[in-house]
Design a protein around this ligand. Structure first.
Ligand SMILES: Nc1ncnc2c1ncn2[C@@H]1O[C@H](COP(=O)(O)OP(=O)(O)OP(=O)(O)O)[C@@H](O)[C@H]1O
Ligand SMILES: [Mg+2]
Length: 589
């Protein structure tokens, strides 16, 4: 627990003096608040005195004094909140930014193990609770301490017995309020979760409306939504039930204190053990303590919750990127793009078996001369994507397996590898930005002709001319939707704009029709000549012109050679080719 709290120090240190200022304000405002019952006591004693001595009473002077004290106290109180609560927002803001930056450094494999929803809840909900830990919790704990340390000696000096009697039930109140707070928190958490269910369902129904309509599921969807909405409503009512008890409970605490004071304190006044002024001041102090006491229970709950959230956030911070530059990394420049793979095996770490999952790749060895084009074909699940992800170092790999220009890739600076190697992934991901920004995403400058040239090479030109604002058209939710093939070609243009030495296309034409694909490949011919290319495809027509074709089956290379030699081999490749020829003929019929 302490270790988790220590992680907050660098953040808090940055705003140390504002924290100090906030605590000083708190000290001043609470001090003034404690002055008010004392002034009331002075007023009463003054009135008693003037009545006995038959002098002129000046209660208005006391009234004005009390008013001034209360007003100054109010202003300083606002200051304390401004400093302390403002700080908590700044700390949470810094921490959230660091967390996000940290998440950007982690391996893609981290995201496979960690569900996105979980990460979202850690960066948003948990950060909210951490924020309350570094602001409201500090504020209320300090404030309560000051109140107790200030009020109790004053009360004791007036009547020790009355003080003890009045404060006896307070620890019990604290326990009750702590229980109450846990209930309140768990119910408000339920409300949040139910609201998340409702909004997820609403979002899915809207984006999946075509499928819902196609399968005539409107009514069942509505029913499902109604059920979720009802759950949300019920949980809200449940929260309100508990919440509405809060103020009456705080009042009750005050009332019980008053009961003690009036019954025992009243008797003390009559017996002359305390003055009337002290009696009134006493009830004032007890009223001042009622609120912080009630809140203390809730604060304990909030700190517990804040701490467990802090632990969850720290768990993300502790995750280390395993794919980084290490002490073995030395400066290197990829010039030619020759690739060599030696006896490469790979298993995805799986949750059940640790690192001993089933092998996705087994004992692969091959080489790709600089500037040549190698194609990889194979059934789905044969390991093609895994192989290229290892070459791009998106997956963790041991040294001595993959070499580029003769250098082990685990010792090539990552920035160099990433700037010279571009991968068009199987599932193209586009951002809700303009087409130009999407294409220039990985390249140094998005200006000028680079983007236009890349778009032209990727065969996007005819499509772009049909868009409302050409390359400046925003795509995604806020703009226009692209077709699957357009998305793929945009991703291809992004890779080309980065001007890579090594280009990897992972099934990058799967949604593009054969005619367009042929056109794009023709455009690319000149570009591909100058770079090393790995081209994965299910279509023989795409790969048949490659310098070399690798056929993969269950993580192994089972055939290797040119199109002609593989046809003569009459193996898997030849079989695939015949089937596809037949399909084409059938389609033409
Ligand atoms: N993140 C992962 N975690 C665990 N296993 C995985 C993961 N990704 C892929 N696999 C497994 O590794 C094997 C190879 O998958 P891979 O994606 O490399 O196949 P592929 O040849 O690219 O298939 P496709 O042609 O369908 O794209 C499969 O058995 C798959 O289930
Ligand atoms: Mg794949």
């Amino acid at each position: 627990m302490l270790k988790d709290l220590l992680t907050l120090i660098p953040y808090i240190r940055r705003y140390f003096w504002t924290y100090v200022a906030g605590c000083l304000c708190l000290l001043a405002s609470n001090g003034l608040a404690l002055l008010i019952p004392w002034l009331t006591k002075q007023t009463i004693e003054h009135l008693q005195y003037v009545r006995q001595a038959n002098e002129l009473a000046r209660p208005h002077l006391f009234a004005i004094l009390i008013l001034v004290v209360a007003a100054v106290q109010m202003v300083i109180r606002i200051g304390s909140r401004w400093f302390l609560l403002g700080n908590s927002r700044k700390v949470a803001h810094d921490m959230r930014n660091n967390l996000f930056a940290h998440l950007q450094t982690l391996n893609p494999s981290y995201y496979i193990q960690m569900p996105t929803g979980d990460l979202m809840s850690r960066t948003i909900n948990d950060m909210q609770y951490v924020q309350s830990l570094v602001g409201p919790v500090i504020l209320y704990v300090t404030s309560t301490l000051i109140m107790y340390i200030g009020a109790i000696p004053i009360m004791l000096s007036m009547s020790a017995r009355l003080t003890l009697l009045a404060l006896i039930p307070y620890p019990l109140f604290m326990v009750i309020f702590k229980r109450f707070a846990s209930e309140l928190f768990s119910r408000s958490k339920t409300v949040q979760e139910r609201l998340a269910d409702v909004s997820t369902q609403a979002q899915e129904s809207m984006s999946g409306i075509q499928i819902i309509k196609a399968y005539v599921q409107e009514e069942s969807q509505s029913r499902h939504f109604e059920k979720l909405s009802r759950n949300y409503f019920d949980s809200n009512i449940g929260l309100i039930k508990v919440h509405s008890l809060l103020t009456p409970m705080i009042r009750a605490v005050g009332a019980i204190g008053m009961l003690v004071i009036i019954s025992y304190g009243g008797a003390s006044v009559i017996a002359g053990r305390i003055t009337l002024g002290e009696f009134v001041a006493f009830s004032g102090y007890l009223a001042i303590l009622a609120m912080p006491t009630a809140f203390l229970g809730m604060i304990i709950s909030a700190s517990q919750r804040g701490l467990s959230s802090l632990r969850r956030v720290n768990e993300v911070f502790q995750a280390q990127p395993t794919i980084t530059d290490t002490e073995r990394t030395t400066p290197f420049v990829i010039e030619h793009g020759e690739i060599e793979v030696q006896d490469l095996s790979f298993a995805y770490p799986s949750i059940e078996n640790g690192n001993n999952g089933r092998f996705a790749l087994r004992n692969l060895s091959f080489s790709i001369p600089a500037g040549s084009t190698v194609a990889i074909v194979g059934h789905t699940g044969s390991g093609k994507t895994t192989l290229v992800h290892l070459i791009a170092r998106l997956l963790e790999i041991e040294p001595g397996k993959i070499f580029i220009d003769g250098r082990d890739i685990t010792s090539i600076p990552l920035a160099e590898l990433r700037s010279k190697l571009a991968l068009v992934p199987q599932e193209s991901f586009l951002f809700s930005l303009t087409l130009r920004e999407n294409i220039s995403f990985g390249s140094a400058d998005g200006e000028g002709s680079v983007v236009e040239k890349a778009a032209r090479l990727a065969g996007l030109e005819p499509d772009i001319s049909g868009f409302p604002s050409g390359l400046e058209t925003i795509i995604g939710e806020r703009g226009i939707n692209l077709s699957g093939g357009q998305r793929q070609r945009t991703a291809l243009a992004r890779a080309l704009a980065a001007n890579p030495t090594i280009l990897i296309l992972d099934d990058a034409f799967s949604s593009v029709d054969t005619h367009t694909e042929e056109q794009v490949l023709k455009n690319l011919r000149q570009v591909l000549k100058e770079r090393t290319t790995i081209m994965i495809s299910h279509r023989i027509s795409t790969v048949k012109d490659a310098d070399k074709i690798l056929v993969m089956e269950e993580g192994q290379i089972v055939e290797e050679g040119s199109h002609e030699s593989l046809i003569q081999l009459k193996g898997i490749y030849a079989d695939l080719y015949e089937k596809q020829l037949l399909m084409e003929e059938l389609e033409e019929l």
